[in-house]
Design a protein around this ligand. Sequence first.
Ligand code: MIG
Length: 678
Amino acid sequence: MEVKKYILGTPIETEAAVYEVETAEGPCPYLDMDAKAMEISCRLGKQDMVYGLGQQVRGINKRGWKYVSFCSDDPNHTENKVSLYGAHNFLVVNGEKPFGIFLDTPEQVSFDVGYTRPDILSIRLSSWNAKCYVIEGRSAYDIVKTFRKLIGHSYIPPKWAFGFGQSRWGYQSQRDIEEVLEGHEANGLPLDMIYLDIDYMDRYMDFTVDEEKFPDFPEFVDKVKRKGIHLVPIIDAGVKIKEGYGVYEEGTAKGYFCKDQDGKDFVGAVWPGRVHFPDMLQEEARKWFGEKYKVLLDQGIEGFWNDMNEPAIFYSQRRLAEVFDRLEGCKGKNLDIDSFFEMQGMVQGLSNHREDYESFYHSYRGERIRHDRVHNIYGYFMTRAAAEAFERIAPDKRILLFSRASYIGMHRYGGIWMGDNHSWWSHLLLNIKMLANLNMCGFLYTGADIGGFGSDVTEDLLLRWYAFGIFTPLMRNHSALGTRRQETYRFADIESFRGLLRLRYMLLPYIYSEFMKAALQDDLYAKPLAFAFPEDSMARGIEDQLLIGDSLMVAPVYEQNAAGRYVYLPEGMKLYRMRSPEDMDEEMLASGIHYVLAAPNEVLLFVRAGKLVPIAKAANCVADLDMEHLGLLGFVECEDAAYELYDDDGYSKGCSLEGHIRKITPKEVGEGADTCIC
Ligand code: MIG
């Protein structure tokens, strides 16, 4: 058996695994389990690498830092942090005898990956209740694939969701959306989605549309859809407390909100001011909340993003009152080093406070349970609420859905975006690394806010980020209110952006095909070089290049003013230096280290030996792509080489490889082919 399960105490069910594994007898050969200390540990060899943990700071190899799985709304992803929005408790220890660990518990878990002692991995639980899965395999890659079988197939979005999406917090009205549309149309910039952030709602109330900003919303949704573009609204976890607001009134009447200590509906605050949090863990409440999405589906909407579902809490009514009381005591005082910082900390510490997470309750599987004990599955169950409702409302159609908070298991119901990053060069690199670790944890439909969410972007950073972003399944330019405007058509070099965007659409047959094959076979869409070249000690250490699908390697430039970068080739490859579908040159490169030049508007695409990449004629949106007449990039050694293309109608559910694979050969492509047959 490749998967062993150890039951610690009485675990809270998360439904992360899709099949039952027999409980193992006796001690685990890989791990020391100390119930008293609530700690699981093992030794790390000097050369061992540790992969996994999904959405986290730092590298693909997690060694040398500490991490805490506790879904957190933290918009500053600096390397001193320990928690981001997701809780992905899966690790692979790649040593002499590699093995994987999945700690399945919705409570907080802390990972010390050679931080306190370089030679020790130690995992600390909040209580001795968890399912601990241990996975064996020949290699790290093997172990990841076995793990992925355990947690079930990844979510598959509609094909149009592989197009490009433009977003910004602050698009205020229909007029603002039309401006985005026109900006793209007028400049020949392809587009498939425009995202609606909180501004579209009536006073930040979920499932409402501000009628002043959008006088005839369904008509508008339809109008843009006829241009091939989908509007994708945001949904927040908190429900505004307001008399006359249906969602609030129904929720309170039916007891669907989380309760405080006294059994009253818990009051927190987010965008709309005071809110209640739907008890996503309660089956009836989940069903009810999910059905609410129908209000927007009925108006023509076909995709959503779920936000603030860690859940983020600006403040709770109770703690706010306490802080006001204490501030009262500061009035008129000579605030010194202690009291001043204490005062400042009190106010800043209002948000996302542990005490608040310990002060409200769910009803889960018939039991009352305090929030902190199930914290990490709240966002997962919100997204599941939507996905399960879509299954009932639109059983034959794929709906786009992704979330900010997540837990392993949620990958079956939706994708995630990487949260509030910044317009920093270091975050472009973080995007690359996180993509690999997220894929291992099952999150295939994912991407970062391209260009960065917070801070002001620069044109060169945006170009470099597009050059990588064209390979991420979720390709979205998103930025925060108050930052520099970040739509490509606002910059001087629109032509370069057009070239890069059109390259995305040119590569779409490949991106979609490789994504679908990975999703249907529980494989990786993006993976570290180490997984494909495990014997190559050089490849093992590389974290700033990735393999995308089976045929490609990418090596993005992520430093300002760089003329190019060093690239390591584990084998001979063909380099395409691409500026647009019509403007690229190629070069054969031998294995080894190369300094490769890359102008700010150039994509470096490396095709592996013997592999092919199907390409289409770029179009303005996914629906307009001609998937019948494809070309090929790459180099193959024999004439009967072929690429196995997966394609389908792009919206039906129940996808399978069967009947959807067709072979594309250089011969058949003929003239249109850009293949070099050596
Ligand atoms: O904390 O809805 O991550 O993408 O633009 C701000 C406003 C709340 C956080 C999301 C971000 C979104 C923003 N939201």
